[in-house]
Design a binder for this molecule. Sequence first.
Ligand SMILES: [Zn+2]
Length: 163
Amino acid sequence: MDDSKGLALAFEEAKISYDEGGVPIGAALIAADGKVLGRGRNMRVQSSNPILHGETSCLQNAGRLPSSAYKGSTMYTTLSPCDMCTGACILYGIARVVIGENKTFLGGEAYLRQRGVEVVVLDSAECRGLMERFIAEKPEVWNEDIGVEERVYSREGVEAPSV
Ligand SMILES: [Zn+2]
């Protein structure tokens, strides 16, 4: 699947979450042959569930799969994945992680690369715009989502890029 098409699926999910009053992060898991294995969105607010981020919600919706199903698969996510979602992608052997943007938050990209996962950042203005809007509107919900009290750009001590 073309990366922009995969990201478009993830972004649709992010917009649904925003409209539901939730954290606007979406994901889609696409198999090596282009089949959509699952889609999901952050459900922290909607389900009051701290482990349902975009990517983990997507994995949950994809259901139980044999490990072979993840081989060569791509996780599309609107935002750079946090430590939890980075770990989930590594655990299931997802081959590629395609990220909408990493300007509002930088997650575990270095760790993904270190573990042999291909990381592509598409620098989507659409994804970034939605996150910026959400963070401006509900900063406390966003901080809670990544487990901090005050906004940080990254939990890895990386400085925010000047834009
Ligand atoms: Zn996450």
